[in-house]
Design a protein. Structure first.
Length: 182
């Protein structure tokens, strides 16, 4: 049942975004009675939070290019191309929109990012082990600083993010980490 409701939630987000997400549509699409959906998830916010919780447990393809520069660029490119993906992009954007409008969704998105940043921080840990970065670097902060410009361009400035923009963001975070700022 949970998987059917999650798939229905993601499909509804893909088709109509957060603004058009309803418990009724998710119930109909999933084949689960709407009173069950309300009882278990409480409403749209619960559906969003559950979908994000499950997504946070999914594996994230961590690059391993042999250098911190290549790995960090790879992570930022994954974020960039994820938002460009015709299926994943609208759903990811809907999660961000939901978080801006609802505190439960915001907490769920925060938890999702904590999990993703922890997974991604492996590239920084490897760099420290190889001697490419100082051992005092905050591994999660390097990831946050690297991907932040992508989110700024997409959701604040409403600008496209090119491959060059993504590489520049990774390079700036790397420079800050090497300088001891992070």
């Amino acid at each position: 049942m949970r998987d059917a409701v999650r798939r229905a939630t993601l499909a509804e987000l893909l088709e109509g975004g957060y603004a058009r997400l309803t418990v009724e549509n998710v119930a109909e699409r999933s084949g689960v009675h709407k009173t069950t959906v309300y009882r278990r998830w409480g409403g749209v916010e619960g559906l969003i939070a559950d979908a994000l919780e499950l997504a946070g447990d999914e594996p994230w393809p961590i690059p391993d290019t042999g250098s911190v520069e290549g790995d960090l660029r790879g992570i930022v490119q994954l974020v960039r191309t994820g938002f460009d993906d015709p299926e994943l992009g609208p759903v990811s954007s809907a999660f961000v929109a939901a978080a801006m409008q609802n505190s439960s969704a915001a907490r769920a998105l925060h938890d999702f990012f904590v999990a993703r940043h922890e997974q991604s921080a492996e590239v920084v840990r490897r760099a420290v082990a190889r001697g490419e970065l100082p051992d005092v670097v905050d591994v999660r902060e390097v990831i946050r600083v690297a991907v932040a410009p992508v989110y700024y361009r997409l959701f604040v400035a409403h600008e496209p993010v090119t491959e060059r923009d993504a590489d520049r963001a990774a390079d700036a975070a790397l420079a800050a980490a090497r300088a001891g700022v992070l």
